[in-house]
Design a protein around this ligand. Structure first.
Ligand SMILES: *[C@@H]1O[C@H](CO)[C@@H](O)[C@H](O)[C@H]1NC(C)=O
Ligand SMILES: *[C@@H]1O[C@H](CO)[C@@H](O)[C@H](O)[C@H]1NC(C)=O
Ligand SMILES: *[C@@H]1O[C@H](CO)[C@@H](O)[C@H](O)[C@H]1NC(C)=O
Ligand SMILES: *[C@@H]1O[C@H](CO)[C@@H](O)[C@H](O)[C@H]1NC(C)=O
Ligand SMILES: *[C@@H]1O[C@H](CO)[C@@H](O)[C@H](O)[C@H]1NC(C)=O
Length: 334
């Protein structure tokens, strides 16, 4: 089915034609999934130089999208604030921090991750520089509340019971907090920093599916792991090391998300591209690649954070260019 009507522009239509030709070259044995995205992004937030104005960003990292209305929440790391950008807005609204760098209850220090907790209409934030996790009201919150202290948080997720999952780059674990728990429970990476299947090395983004499986971008191991509920070790689901095959490798995966079918979308940061892997695939496919020759502002540049909406449009934070781009889906491959 063609989805260009979601994102109606000239390049979407052009991409569709060329991608048909490109598809003919795939020879993978996995479930054939040939989603196609426009390689020209549109800047949906920032893109007006580095700064703290309401139409600017400074080193944005983690992002999330409210799939109900396509509002994007951005961890505007360099500005020590969380800013939200409504669909098609030309400027954002600060929803947390923005009161200079600091550790007071109305301040943040280099926030790296933000997620929406729809259970109580709040935002949960990795306040990385303060080594704490804070909860802010989603609207008009003047102050946040520290919910977990003394943690070098790099990723957050909430499951359908409202349990909170946190990855950290100090102990190289993912921990889960049920409501009221004080210390949490390690649910992935119980064996210290390392490369074995029961270890992680600088875990970053996490995602928890309906079955409570945890997906984690295991940045310094250049792979994405899946830990089934209560498993003693993980399974490599993306980034199977294979020198002969560039599509099988990842290099510093960071932003990552998973759709209802278990397809994994991941920022392959050092290769400057977005990959997607279907379940059981032995190699990934390129969703969006940086264009070296044509360093045009519309192209992917230095991706970090990643989010997906219901139509499979991709949202990518461009850390070094102080902007968030959207790459429209042109065809979902069916
Ligand atoms: C398909 O593969 C052939 C041979 O490897 C290559 O010459 C051609 O450029 C490829 N076509 C596309 C559209 O990628
Ligand atoms: C988005 O904004 C542009 C420019 O302000 C406007 O022309 C367009 O109609 C808007 N689109 C939607 C769907 O709101
Ligand atoms: C925003 O930037 C301006 C200019 O650099 C600076 O004077 C101001 O203090 C900044 N505001 C905040 C809240 O950081
Ligand atoms: C939490 O961890 C601390 C330090 O390891 C320990 O002293 C305390 O007993 C733990 N609390 C609970 C409720 O497990
Ligand atoms: C959850 O588990 C069920 C039963 O094993 C399976 O059919 C389903 O595909 C799983 N869902 C996901 C998202 O993995």
């Amino acid at each position: 089915m063609l989805l260009s009507f979601f994102c109606f522009d000239f390049f979407c239509i052009l991409t569709k034609v060329f991608s048909y030709i490109a598809e003919q070259n795939h020879s993978s044995t996995d479930i054939p999934l040939n989603k196609i995205w426009n390689q020209h992004g549109s800047i949906i937030a920032g893109g007006n130089g580095k700064g703290n104005g309401s139409n600017q960003l400074s080193a944005p990292s983690g992002i999330c999208v409210d799939t109900d209305d396509q509002t994007v929440y951005i961890a505007d790391t360099g500005n020590d604030r969380i800013i939200k950008w409504e669909y098609n807005a030309t400027y954002g609204k600060v929803v947390a921090g923005g009161n200079r760098k600091g550790n007071q209850i109305d301040q943040l220090n280099g926030p790296k991750v933000v997620i929406i907790d729809k259970n109580d209409d709040s935002l949960v934030i990795c306040d990385y520089g303060n080594k704490r996790i804070v909860r802010w009201p989603r609207e008009n919150g003047a102050v946040g509340q520290t919910i977990i202290d003394d943690i070098s948080c790099t990723g957050l997720a909430i499951d359908n019971n409202g349990d909170l999952y946190v990855s950290d780059d100090k102990y190289h674990t993912v921990r889960r907090w049920k409501k009221g728990e004080i210390n949490g429970t390690i649910v992935a990476g119980k064996n210290g920093q390392g490369v074995d299947l029961n270890q992680l090395n600088s875990p970053n983004t996490i995602f928890v599916d309906q079955n409570y499986s945890i997906y984690v971008s295991d940045t310094r191991n250049n792979r994405v792991m899946k830990w089934m509920k209560s498993a003693a070790e993980g399974i490599v689901v993306a980034g199977r090391y294979d020198k002969e095959n560039d599509l099988a490798e990842l290099s510093s995966p960071v932003g990552m998300t998973v759709d209802h079918f278990g397809n994994i979308y991941v920022v392959d940061a050092r290769n400057r591209r977005i990959m997607y892997w279907s379940p059981y695939a032995t190699e990934g496919k390129i969703a969006v690649a940086a264009n070296e020759k044509e360093a045009h502002s519309k192209h992917l540049s230095n991706p970090f954070g990643l989010a997906l909406d219901r139509q499979y449009n991709l949202y990518v934070s461009d850390f070094w260019n102080d902007r968030v781009q959207k790459f429209c889906i042109v065809s979902d491959g069916n």
